[in-house]
Write a protein that binds this ligand. Structure first.
Ligand SMILES: [Zn+2]
Length: 81
């Protein structure tokens, strides 16, 4: 099931690696890269180290603001056609 928050929303690309998208960590409310490095029980994966709780530090285009839809951060602009 694809998440479709409606027109004017776009996924936010990770400002560090440019490949992942920004996600919300439900347990910590931090914004982090979808390719974030992880390690668990001797396994590891991911490549990126981008994580922040400073919502203002997420780069957006002029006219956009950060909105959280269904635990997913989006850049939202009400000026979308
Ligand atoms: Zn990243």
């Amino acid at each position: 099931m694809a998440l479709n928050p409606g027109p004017g929303h776009r996924r936010i690309a990770c400002p560090l690696c440019g490949k992942g998208t920004i996600r919300l960590a439900v347990d910590s409310a931090a914004l982090q890269c979808s390719r974030l490095k992880w390690k668990h029980d001797g396994f590891s994966g991911g490549h990126c180290t981008f994580i922040t709780r400073e919502y203002d530090s997420i780069p957006l285009k002029p006219g956009e603001r950060l909105v959280i839809c269904d635990f997913t951060p989006f850049a939202f602009t009400s000026l979308a056609e």
